[in-house]
Design a protein around this ligand. Structure first.
Ligand SMILES: *Cc1c(COP(=O)(O)O)cnc(C)c1O
Length: 387
């Protein structure tokens, strides 16, 4: 059997894969089993921040592998301690809980908000307000947090204690949060899976002020937007706010699984022994790789992300076959005239890998994609959009 046949026979049919078998890659290029090369504008859904096989990341990971690969959280190890220090010093946050995925990082965020509200306001204050059209993960609780009915319908009953507000409707969100006695409000500053839609700056600032005034935990889900993706280290920085906590994953690990729930001052001591745990969380190999990634997302790289973003927006805005372009940094959604999946399929044939989000073509290239590769890929994308 071919790889595709074996996969179809033995892997649960949860993914509608594209007909390509990738075998190797370097930087922003992949090679398939037939030897065909692709330029990658998806970075494994915003994960390989420095592309495939990045040398420094590989060195950090393999050097750590030579020392030890796992200890459990019963003992201290350097990589996760140093990574937590780096995250906190770069963001002004106070403490980190490490897990292995975005959904787990959000689970921990929800636990933190609920515990804080229970301790400071009382047992009725457990509801988390999220936004319609949001995406927060696939576990039953983060599915409940996800404000899209389509994800819910087959899996009831979900975890109770979630309410959904209209994005960018400040008055409505405030009224809902008060009405349900919200423990916290969770937002994606740019809704990713929902169609690459940045929230309005006034709305985010308004939520921040409201949460501060009423001691409601403001949570930024930075799973997709974090780690340089939007042209700032974390997307909330674009909005001039600082949440009480943020969660992140995807790009942080550079390709190995890691999730982080990053707690601000208010929540620094929210967890006591036994409140939360993870067997793999803070794994030394994943943490060493993440340290190598995060330590290189500096001002120069962020400036180049914004520059590449401006290039893509410039090329695609108003281009033939393009209804609109949205997003921030290297997180870009293109509303095509023809179906998004058809555009992505034509790009694939032309040697370019793109993603979709709802009815849009979504681009999440590696932060360090070479300009030449980006130009070649955008030209292929433009012709797929046009004809
Ligand atoms: C991908 C994503 C998640 C879920 O992350 P997993 O690692 O797949 O669990 C949560 N929130 C947002 C905003 C995401 O984009």
């Amino acid at each position: 059997m071919t790889i595709t046949e074996t996969d179809k026979k033995y892997i649960a049919h949860t993914y509608n894969r594209f007909p390509v078998e990738l075998v190797s890659g370097r930087g922003s290029r992949f090679t398939d089993t037939a030897g065909k090369e692709y330029i990658d504008l998806g970075s494994g859904i915003g994960v390989t921040a420095f592309g495939t096989g990045d040398e420094e990341w590989k060195r950090a990971v393999t050097e750590q592998l030579d020392k030890l690969q796992h200890t459990s959280n019963l003992y201290y190890t350097e990589p996760c301690a140093r990574l937590a220090e780096l995250i906190c010093t770069r963001t002004g946050m106070s403490r980190v809980f490490f897990s292995n995925s975005g959904a787990e990082a959000n689970e921990c965020a929800i636990k933190a908000a609920r515990k804080y509200a229970a301790e400071h306001k009382g047992p009725d204050y457990y509801t988390i307000v999220t936004l319609k059209n949001s995406f927060h993960g696939r576990t039953l609780t983060t599915l409940a947090a996800t404000g899209q009915d389509g994800f819910h319908k087959l899996f009831a009953p979900l975890t109770p204690g979630f309410a959904y507000a209209d994005a960018n409707d400040l008055e409505g969100t405030v009224a809902l949060a008060r009405g349900v006695k919200a423990a916290g409000i969770m937002i994606e500053c740019v809704q990713g899976e929902g169609g690459v839609l940045p929230l309005s700056a006034d709305y985010v600032k308004g939520l921040y002020d409201f949460c501060q005034a009423e001691d409601i935990i403001l949570m930024a889900d930075e799973v997709q937007t974090g780690n340089g993706r939007t042209g700032r280290l974390y997307a909330y920085e674009n909005f001039g706010i600082k949440p009480d906590l943020f969660s992140t994953a995807k790009g942080l690990g550079g390709g190995l699984p890691i999730g982080a729930t990053v707690l601000g001052e208010k929540l620094a001591d929210i967890f006591s022994f036994g409140d939360q745990g993870s067997t793999f969380g803070g794994n030394p190999v994943a943490s060493a790789g993440a340290y190598s990634i995060l330590s290189r997302i500096d001002e120069a790289l962020l400036a180049s992300v914004r520059e590449k973003s401006a290039y893509i927006f410039g090329e695609l805005t108003g281009a033939p076959g393009v209804k609109s372009v949205s997003g921030l940094g290297l997180m870009i959604g293109i509303l095509p005239e023809k179906p998004a999946r058809q555009v992505v399929t034509e790009c694939l044939e032309g040697g370019v890998l793109c993603l979709t989000a709802k009815e849009k073509v979504r681009l999440l290239p590696a932060l360090n994609i070479p300009f030449d590769d980006l130009k070649t890929a955008v030209a292929v994308l433009k012709s797929a959009l046009a004809d």
